[in-house]
Ligand binder design. Structure first.
Ligand SMILES: [Zn+2]
Length: 138
């Protein structure tokens, strides 16, 4: 994937993200975040699974198209345009908004996969136990 600097990337689980409420069930009323570089060593082949895209809750999935894709509210579409869908996103194996998986990383790739009318794709699936020790509080 094109010059991905993991240290630059964090995922926030909070009731007050730009994309709405995304707090973790295990951390009610707490703002926690994950530095993606801390879980890179967990991205192993045995955790790679094929998942139906409609089983994934990701930041932006419940927003109008006018606020995602080319007009993404977090990047004005810049990260969407650069998104490389050949690189698997990262999921948490627990539900949000009634969908079985919660996305940790890869929302712009998800927007692109939907645009390409993809149904299934590969994702790294982590459990809460995998990420628990890596979560940080604001
Ligand atoms: Zn964006």
């Amino acid at each position: 994937m094109e010059s991905l600097d993991w240290k630059e990337y964090t995922t926030t689980f909070s009731a007050n993200t730009l994309f709405g409420s995304w707090e973790l069930a295990q951390h009610p009323n707490q703002d926690v975040y994950l530095i993606l570089s801390s879980v890179v060593n967990l991205l192993t082949k045995d955790r790679l699974k094929q998942v139906d895209l409609k089983d994934i809750a990701y930041k932006g999935f419940n927003l109008a198209r006018a606020r995602t894709h080319n007009r993404c509210i977090c990047c004005k579409g810049l990260r969407y345009k650069k998104a490389d869908t050949s690189y698997p996103g990262i999921l948490l194996d627990q539900p949000s908004y009634g969908r079985p998986y919660t996305m940790i990383d890869g929302k712009h790739r998800m927007m692109k996969l939907h645009q390409e009318k993809t149904i299934y794709s590969y994702f790294y699936v982590l459990t809460y136990n995998d990420i628990r020790e890596h979560l940080r509080r604001y």
